[in-house]
Design a protein around this ligand. Structure first.
Ligand SMILES: [Zn+2]
Length: 444
């Protein structure tokens, strides 16, 4: 490893903008390794330290001793409905208010360790998509650390969903797709389904809804991840969705046909192998690979043992999502909900007032990480992979979710603790965005 400090006899040089983390453990490739990390605050990227030192004769301007703490890629949440009082699905009269709300959320969200995410819309009427989607697209070339968390594109959860698995969505606005892709275009707005400007990165749909299955290949061609959810699909129908190009299951176990030993439904996808086309009792085409899936590890949507089961079934496809609503980050209490109902918040549990139905969560992604760490038996680095490398792989993103040279220097510094009861936690101490520190717990 090159020396940490510049040669004292070398002529005065301009600052390199290079920062070196030392005395730290890097969460990389499902393991924690004791290694230094070099990054550039100028390019906002992680550096190859050997190349920087030996080929470019560059040295760090600053060396930061992290005292043995963990450095993880910034967390990625692929299902976040809002937070800190802001709801992505509520379009105000004055759209500039909406844009300011998104900007404010981004600056708050990053303090939780989430550096990139998919702003998620529950099922809405067409006019809402037309109004808000232009404000939810990928941040792209706007690489400003002070903007906070970065949108990777919107996640439209609906409205091509099955009413019998509506969850808290308003089923009266669910749609079929009688004209195939044209139906989707009419709903989301044609500009929202055009390359390269599409603001949509993921769509959750139910493959058994008329006209939906045939749209999947065109969505995948646009670079949109297709996820199956709020669905009553049989195993065969779900398999057809995967064969058509869907690659994810939205919040596994929630709002879908339950597992039955003679009718595994969508869960059967996690029991498939590349050659399992014959697994279908009807002889239909099977999926070519197990899909990725979202998992809400809040202890409410899923029992801890169910989280462990999901992890065991397919660790490489396991993605922790918060599915958090606008109330995450606010105090406990009762709040107005969009359709006139009220929602009660207690800790990170949300319920519709008057019913005991779960109304999304108010959990942060790092809380899901901590729960999963204690419930699943997976290692720290493996669980961090479920909010970094795995979602990046699912979304086809290079340069996110990893600590490899050339990747964005979106980083979280975590303190590992174990309480008297043996409960392990990771606490967010620092967050770095594009090579610049944007949050430090000690300075809050
Ligand atoms: Zn949902």
């Amino acid at each position: 490893m090159p020396a940490a400090t510049a040669d004292l006899h070398s002529p005065a040089r301009t600052p390199s903008g290079i920062i070196k983390f030392t005395n730290c453990r890097l969460a990389r490739n499902k393991r924690l390794t004791e290694e230094d990390l070099w990054l550039s605050s100028i390019t906002g990227k992680i550096l190859n330290c050997q190349e920087a030192f030996y080929e470019h004769r560059a040295s760090p301007d600053r060396t930061i001793d992290l005292g043995g703490r963990i450095v993880s890629p910034g967390l990625i949440d692929v299902q976040l409905n809002g937070g800190f009082g802001f709801d992505f699905s509520v379009a105000p009269e004055e759209i500039t208010t909406y844009a300011k709300g998104v900007a404010r959320l981004n600056r708050q969200l990053i303090k939780t360790g989430v550096t990139a995410y998919l702003p998620t819309l529950t099922s809405q009427r067409s006019e809402v998509y037309h109004k808000v989607l232009p404000h939810l697209g990928p941040s792209g070339s706007r690489r400003n650390p002070s903007d906070g968390a970065e949108s990777l594109g919107a996640h439209c959860e609906g409205p091509f969903l099955n009413p019998v698995k509506k969850g808290i969505h308003d089923a009266s606005i669910f749609l079929d797709a009688p004209s195939g892709f044209s139906s989707l275009s009419a709903c989301y707005g044609a500009p929202s389904l055009l390359r390269p400007t599409s603001p949509i990165k993921c769509i959750t749909l139910a493959p058994e809804i008329p006209g939906v299955l045939s749209c999947i290949p065109a969505l995948v061609d646009l670079g949109i991840t297709v996820s199956l959810g709020h669905t009553d699909a049989s195993f065969e129908e779900a398999s057809a969705g995967i064969s058509a190009g869907a690659s994810m299951i939205t919040h596994l176990f929630n709002a879908m046909r339950p597992l039955h030993h003679r009718d595994p439904g969508i869960f059967g996808l996690l029991g498939t192998t590349p050659n399992s086309a014959t697994a279908s009792t009807t002889g239909g085409a099977g999926p070519s690979a197990k899909p990725f899936f979202g998992c809400i590890a809040d202890g409410v949507h899923l029992h801890p043992t169910t989280v462990a089961l999901a992890w065991s079934a397919h660790p490489d496809g396991f993605i922790l999502v918060s599915d958090a609503m606008a109330l995450v980050g606010l105090r406990d209490g009762t709040y107005d909900w969009t359709n006139g109902a009220k929602i009660r918040k207690e800790g990170y549990v949300l319920t519709l007032e008057g019913e005991e139905k779960i109304a999304g969560s108010a959990v942060t992604l790092v809380e899901c990480v901590n729960n999963c760490l204690n419930w699943s038996g997976a290692s720290v680095a493996e669980v961090l992979g479920a909010v970094t490398a795995t979602p990046a792989r699912m979304l086809g993103l290079e340069g996110k979710g990893c600590l490899e040279p050339g990747a964005d220097a979106d980083l979280v510094v975590l303190e590992e603790r174990v309480n008297d009861g043996g409960w392990k936690t990771l606490e967010v101490d620092q967050v770095w965005k594009f090579g610049v520190k944007v949050f430090d717990k000690e300075q809050e």
